[in-house]
Write a protein that binds this ligand. Structure first.
Ligand code: MLT
Length: 268
């Protein structure tokens, strides 16, 4: 299998590594503003998931979130060889990939951050909608069918008050290919429920949700948090589904506190 594109947002000074997995239909560029505020001691990596961003030409034959997780693990391995502890963070689709990463490689992971995501698999209706979007994206060859998500994933107040955020999201979505959109939708449609994985993950976890997230609401995220044994829950004001894009400083602040907690535990 070929590797995924990895962006090293900062090299850090050896404290640990934070691996970030982006949402749909964007790529790791969504993390740029937030990464700039992460504790400079930490290495920060953003992985472009299959078919998206710099991984546009990595399209394994069977679309699958589990395959994406295997590729993530293989792609970050050269960066994290000597920079532990390793903490993973995944937003929405990136969270689905994170469930599979934890399922397979939890022994090597010191902490997990779940942002604006959901633990349950799709019902039939949602899966069918995804397959239709996949077909439409392939037919057009571009990301037009999901361009509405530029504003649809932000909080309504940010859409009105901060048009630059909508433009930023658009600029990320517009560069995706029809093949990448289709692969991601098919992979998400066939993913499994992550509850069992969460129930057996005993390391520190952080759950972050935008207060105005209507895709994976605070209520949905609270029940996700209840499945974890060692968890902090934070609701971010003035943010929707793209909380790290909408409030990069606030989200980074919460993550920095969590990284300190992970360091304290791993050093005892
Ligand atoms: C995302 O932000 O990654 C999407 O909302 C995930 C999904 O479509 O379930």
């Amino acid at each position: 299998m070929s590797s995924l594109h990895v962006t090293q947002f900062q090299a850090g000074s050896g404290e640990g590594t934070l691996v970030l997995l982006h949402g749909f239909p964007v790529d790791s560029r969504m993390w740029a503003p937030m990464s700039a505020e992460i504790d400079p001691g930490w290495q920060v990596l953003g992985v472009d998931l299959p078919g998206l961003g710099g991984s546009f030409d990595t399209l394994p034959e069977s679309p699958s979130i589990a395959v994406a997780a295997e590729l993530v693990r293989e792609s970050v391995a050269p960066y994290i060889a000597e920079i532990a502890p390793v903490v993973y963070g995944g937003l929405s689709m990136g969270g689905y990939v994170l469930f599979e990463v934890l399922q397979r490689f939890h022994k090597d992971i010191a902490g997990a951050i779940f942002l604006d995501t959901r633990v349950n698999a799709d019902d039939q209706e949602t899966a069918a909608k995804r397959l239709k979007i996949a077909d439409d994206a392939l037919a057009s060859g571009n990301a037009e069918v999901v361009l509405g998500m530029a504003s649809g994933t932000l909080s309504e107040s940010n859409v009105h008050a901060r048009p630059e955020l909508v433009e930023f999201m658009k600029s990320l979505i517009e560069t995706q290919t029809g093949e990448g959109i289709a692969w991601s939708q098919r992979a998400m449609a066939s993913r499994r429920d992550g509850s069992a994985t969460l129930g057996s993950f005993a390391k520190p976890s952080l759950v972050i949700v935008g207060a105005d997230d209507h895709v994976s609401s605070p209520q949905v995220m609270r029940s996700l948090a209840q499945e974890l044994s060692d968890v902090r829950f934070t609701e971010i004001p003035d943010a929707g589904h793209m909380s790290p894009v909408e409030q990069p400083g606030r989200v980074a602040g919460v993550i920095n506190e969590f990284l300190d907690q992970v360091l304290a535990i791993t050093r005892t």
